[in-house]
Design a protein around this ligand. Sequence first.
Ligand code: NAD
Length: 367
Amino acid sequence: MQEGFRFADELGPAKVIHIHEPRTGLKAILVVDNVAAGPSIGGVRMAVDVSLEECFRLARAMTLKNAAAGLAHGGGKAVIFGDPGMAAHAKERVIRAFGRAIDQIADYIPGPDMGTNERCMAWVLDEIGRAVGLPPELGGIPLDQIGATGFGLAAAIDVAREMAGIELEGARVAVQGFGSVGKHAARYLAQRGAVLVAASDSKGTLQVADGIDIQRLMEIKAGGGAVADYPRGDKLDRDAIIDAECDIWIPAARPDVVNEDNAGRIKARLIAEGANIPLTLEAEVALYQRGVLCIPDFIANAGGVICAAEEYRGVNQSLAFQTIEDRIRTNVAAVLEIAQRQQQTPRKAAIAMARSRVERAMGYRRS
Ligand code: NAD
């Protein structure tokens, strides 16, 4: 394989751009993976240890996620090499330089990711006139504040629960990572009658058999506390959440937290993946063989990107929520139906569905 084309396959990537601007010290990579369905949307990640490979894998994940969500957008991703905690003026210079450097790459629409936020997107918008994940004053929908991804997860669970033989009324839920995604998923599920019986964060696990007051726990976390500061219940170590007695288990923290060694400890019948790749492929297969239903990450956690795409179209928050609900319900039903019919894991079914949508979109393009 020629140098520079090592990731090339039948879907992409369409462009891999290395950006270096000695004056500001900007070093960045942009991967525009596939734009058959429309201009690519994907986050800008800033960290010291990012890489071309990571950027490509994330861009491909966005191609599949956007296709699975039925968006008229392809997938892309950018990484900026640097410490996201650098002084504010230095960060603004670097982000603005990045914005100017991608000005002509009109088939990439940047959004926030690890190390960047709505402020950074406002700077990019100011430079080149396009970005998503903006502050509300610039037409942005504050997706972490309103819990777009958690809302989508709750909708996904509502569809999958029937196949898993679970009634939402009284269903016991455990959430790993009571952060932006996890807390809102718990909140929206509670509105449908479910009970949060366990929650964890990076410091520990809280377990309350008769239910956690979600509002109270959100206040404790917002005040800088940990889940273990909740006044009642059992306080256990961080990974004890894996053993929680529950019906629905929601990983919403880190990648690869469930693997071949600990997958056997999961008691739930349904797992909805809020985090990206929280289960290794081996763990997903082992759980599938045990009859545990897993809704794969890029189907279950697409609420955020659907919201971003709606923001780009100038849609308001309540219509964006309606779209999230519709899209996620339809996609979860489709994926689970294919998985059941073809006797394969939901992930395999979801990848096949997303790939075929991308290929069909490519079929409309001039060859
Ligand atoms: P966040 O930082 O708001 O919350 C993460 C939570 O996980 C925190 O409470 C943290 O203490 C906890 N945590 C960290 N390590 C842990 C561990 N080992 N065990 C238990 N808890 C741990 O982050 P977030 O925005 O909620 O994102 C969570 C995951 O969801 C990430 O994988 C992210 O990529 C993914 N995701 C987020 C969105 C979104 O809209 N925010 C969309 C799609 C996917």
